[in-house]
Design a protein. Structure first.
Length: 62
């Protein structure tokens, strides 16, 4: 595993700070929080819609 250098951490922190600032400005201008959440999510919109929990039948069947 690669250990992040302080320059990498500083760059990442600066990018996150800029993204938060952009999001805040968009919210202040009236954009929907749901739109921002959707854009910032790592999961596609319907990711959990038809999700199956593999061990759920074991718990329910008891």
């Amino acid at each position: 595993m690669k250990i992040a250098s302080s320059a990498d951490r500083a760059s990442r922190a600066a990018a996150k700070k800029a993204a938060r600032r952009e999001d805040r400005l968009r919210l202040e201008s009236g954009e929907s929080p749901a739109v921002l959440q959707r854009e910032n999510s790592i999961f596609p919109e319907d990711f959990f819609k038809n999700a199956r929990i593999s061990n759920l039948s074991q718990v329910v069947g008891r």
